[in-house]
Structures are given as C-alpha cells and as structure tokens.
Design a protein around this ligand. Structure first.
Ligand code: PGA
Length: 248
C-alpha cells in the first residue's frame, strides 16, 4: 500500500523564540511539497507560538512527550490536553532518550499514547534496539516486543505512527544498511497486520529515524515499508529539513 510519507522533525531541547524563523521557513517550503506531510515537534515552550506562526500552512506541530493524565499534581509535566490546546496535532512518545534517561517502559509509553489518542492527537511511538541488542542478533525480537507493549487501544493508520529508531544511530551519524532497515520495517509491518488486522495495520505509517540527513534520505525513503522519517539534528535547519522532505 502506498502511504503518504510523513517527515517529522524532533527539535529535542533546542530552540528559542528566534528559531521560529526556521520553522516559518519550513512552513513556507512545505507548500511546494504536496506529496509529503510535514511535522515539527519543538520544545513545549514553542508549540503555541509555532502553531500561531505557521497557521494556514501545511506544516503540522507536535509535542515531544506527554503525561498519562489530563491534569493534576505532576510538577513539570505537560499533558496531551495541554499540547492539543496549544495547537499540536501529534505527540512523540517513547523516544529512546525518554526510555533511557527517564526510565520509561513500554507499558508507560502505551499509557501515554492512549492519553494522546483520547485528546485527538496522533501518537508517534518510537521503538529501537541498542547496539548490544543488535550485536546479539536480537533486533527484531526487541522492536517487536516494544511494538506489542507500546501500541495503544484504538491504534490504526489515523491515530498512530511508528518510528523505528536504532538507539545507536541517533545523533551519531551512523545508520543501518538499507537491507537492515528494510528487514526491520518488513517485520514491523507484518506484526502490525497480525496485531491490528490488515485494514488497520497496513495503513500505519512506519518512519525510520537515526541520523537521517539530505545525503541519505532518498535511499532510506525509497525502501519498502519506509513511510517517512523522524529527523533530529537535521530538522533544526530549514534547508536540511526541506531537502530531506524533497528527497522522498
Ligand atoms: P538524529 O535524531 O536525526 O539527530 O539522529 C533522531 C531522533 O532522535 O529522533
């Protein structure tokens, strides 16, 4: 099934008010890129301003994480309801930096994804193996396990996106071979169809993430069952991010 690719940028803890100019440049460039969907996920402090600055353009805005609850005594956290209120349409959950640095388990990621869906947000669920797991030949087992445990009730092609991001490829400049990416994506697609049925599992977009840049985007995005990219570092510069989107 040919799915419309999604190119999503994850700014992580980067970006202040001045960076909104980069977002605006991406939003303006997005108008010419009608065969892909474009999304930027800035830090929570910029979501409202970015949504206002990019209103009326095809660029969607998302959060990078959300709490499992709508509101309450959770100092420092942001809820899916707040992200939606600020203008977000998507939220990343289970990024490896959250799993590793904040001890997030797949069970928690699933609850976060369910909170996102309850607020009408699309949940971008990240999964991926460590280098040790890859070297032990456990990549497929690890990512399928994460997929099974992280997938929320109500998952389908409209509500969730899966991002396969090998932990060792994030921010390192290293990427798996095309054959390795294709093998993992085929395995994930088969598991999505097994879990959700073909009608719901086949339309779920599967993104690749980890050191995607303008020079490798075309090869990665041409692989079967790669339906877009989750881009970290290269999403901070509008020219790079737009070049990646144009390479699809
Ligand atoms: P990177 O990050 O593109 O800088 O490797 C990807 C990510 O963490 O989503």
């Amino acid at each position: 099934m040919a799915l419309k690719p999604l190119i999503a940028g994850n700014w992580k803890m980067n970006g202040v008010g001045a960076s909104l100019d980069e977002a605006r440049a991406i939003a303006e460039g997005a108008a010419a890129l009608t065969s892909v969907d474009l999304l930027l996920c800035p830090p929570a402090t910029l979501i409202g301003r970015m949504a206002a600055r990019c209103a009326g353009t095809p660029l969607a805005i998302g959060g990078q994480d959300c709490h499992t609850e709508i509101a309450g005594a959770f100092t420092g956290d942001v809820s899916a309801a707040m992200l939606a209120d600020a203008g977000a349409s998507h939220v990343i959950v289970g990024h490896s930096e959250r799993r590793t640095l904040h001890g997030e388990t797949s069970a928690l990621v699933r609850q976060k994804a369910e909170a996102a869906l309850a607020q009408g947000l699309v949940a971008i669920i990240c999964i991926g193996e460590t280098l040790a797991e890859r070297e032990a030949g456990r990549t497929l087992a690890v990512v399928i396990d994460q997929l099974q445990a992280s997938l929320p009730a109500g998952a389908d092609g409209h509500t969730v996106v899966i991002a396969y991001e090998p932990v060792w490829a994030i921010g390192t400049g290293k990427t798996p071979t095309s054959a390795d990416v294709a093998e993992v994506h085929a395995g994930l697609r088969a598991e999505l169809v097994r879990l959700l049925g073909a009608d719901k599992g086949a339309p779920v977009r599967l993104l690749y993430g980890g050191s995607v840049k303008p020079s490798n985007a075309a090869e990665l995005m041409a692989l079967p069952d790669v339906n877009g990219a989750l881009v970290g570092g290269a999403s901070l510069k509008s020219a790079d991010f737009l070049a990646i989107a144009a390479a699809v």
